[in-house]
Design a protein around this ligand. Structure first.
Ligand SMILES: *Cc1c(COP(=O)(O)O)cnc(C)c1O
Length: 391
């Protein structure tokens, strides 16, 4: 089976570039140039250096001894939570900033829901001295005050989106409008493996450093580059894409993607896209998305802002359809319990998103010799206000 994108940006039945005509020139320029740019020596040298000295890579692969004892397998944690700004998102924003600079762009725009992608974008814009504009729903600006303050302190302009539900999808619409109006000098940084081709492939390549490191680290620790299981949570799917990337063609490695079931898959308050979604087009690509019978996008729900998304990237839709990845889910309550468990057994407070991935340790029947790697996508500082309600 082939899990790479074809020249039209498709993974099997999913992907493509469904965009307003005004954006053709921008997107076409990216499609034609991204691979040439990101695999040039000059780019790779600077990318690798910044990942090492600025983001803090390679991130450790930590053997979780007490969790391993409890679940009866060797369990490793890939510590993306130790990256600068607290999650894997910085891998992608560094990559896209370097690409923007080499494409002659001086102005960066992005949209953000919870603010994590906005903070990672504002961070690298500050590093490179670029103008940074972050679109954010007015409601999210109120809900995510600490991240808004971070972005402003980093020099970004935060622009409220005041239409519709005043959340992520409205911020996305504003960002696209800006891009149409400023096609020459502006690069739009998308924060996950979603959007029109080439974004899903480009973001997956930037995040693939996660599984590249895992293979080397596993070889040192277990004498094999291959684990039996790789487990990651899925919002849009970028940390999972990065964690799966270099194992996609190793059929014996089970890839497990964990979605947010919110209050329960059938509760009407969920974000379990593969379980509830149908093929459709959202934010520039064809994928699975949660929609009504007449194609209206259904508002998702998850306790974690980073998984609160009604779609999923086209690679993951393809992994689901072909059965290459196993899709599981965790409810809000199950994720909370898993977050408290990791905190107490290993001394690591995970992000709420990540806690969804941790939950499925309860659901998998491991053999003693199994080696499972969980992508610990982010740390929990940003979620303390939520955790405090349950302490
Ligand atoms: C944003 C975020 C996610 C979800 O995004 P993906 O693109 O699915 O990885 C997961 N974990 C953390 C910590 C995040 O900040």
């Amino acid at each position: 089976m082939d899990f790479s994108v074809n020249e039209y940006g498709y993974y099997g039945n999913f992907g493509g570039a469904f965009i307003p005509e005004m954006l053709y020139p921008n997107v076409k320029q990216l499609q034609e140039n991204y691979l040439k740019i990101i695999y040039s020596d000059d780019f790779q040298n600077e990318f690798r250096q910044l990942l090492r000295d600025y983001a803090g890579r390679p991130t450790p692969l930590f053997f979780a001894e007490r969790l391993s004892e409890k679940y009866g397998a060797k369990i490793f944690l890939k510590r993306e939570d130790l990256c600068h700004t607290g999650a894997h998102k910085i891998n992608n924003t560094i990559g896209q900033i370097l690409l923007a600079l080499r494409s002659g762009k001086k102005r960066i725009i992005a949209e953000t829901g919870a603010g994590q992608h906005g903070v990672a974008t504002a961070t690298v814009c500050a590093l490179k001295g670029l103008e940074c504009i972050i679109y954010m729903g007015e409601k999210d600006i109120e809900r995510q005050a600490p991240n808004v303050a971070r972005m402003k302190m980093l020099g970004a302009t935060v622009v409220p989106a005041v239409s519709g539900s005043k959340t992520l999808k409205d911020a996305t619409n504003e960002a696209i409008r800006d891009w149409i109006n400023n096609p020459v000098d502006t690069h739009y940084i998308i924060g996950s493996v979603v959007g029109p081709h080439p974004y899903p492939d480009m973001v997956a390549r930037f995040q693939s450093v996660i599984s590249e490191e895992m293979r080397k680290q596993l070889l040192e620790r277990t004498n094999s580059e291959l684990p039996t299981h790789v487990i990651a949570c899925v919002g849009g799917g970028s940390n999972a894409a990065g964690a799966f990337y270099h194992f996609l063609n190793d059929e014996n490695v089970k890839l497990i993607a964990v979605e947010a079931a919110g209050c329960g898959i059938d509760s009407g308050k969920s974000a379990a896209t593969t379980q509830l979604g149908k093929p459709g087009i959202l934010h520039g690509s064809k994928s699975l998305l949660m929609q009504t019978a007449d194609g209206q996008v259904i508002e998702p729900h998850s306790i974690s802002a980073g998984l609160d998304y009604p779609g999923i990237g086209p690679l993951h839709a393809h992994l689901f359809e072909t059965g290459r990845a196993i899709f599981m889910s965790a409810t809000d309550e199950e994720a909370l319990a898993a977050a408290f468990e990791l905190s107490k057994t290993e001394g690591i407070i995970p992000a709420l998103e990540t806690a969804h991935a941790l939950h499925v340790l309860n659901k998998i029947e491991f053999k003693k010799e199994d080696v499972a790697v969980i992508c610990l996508s982010g740390r929990g500082d940003k979620d303390l206000a939520t955790y405090m309600k349950y302490i």
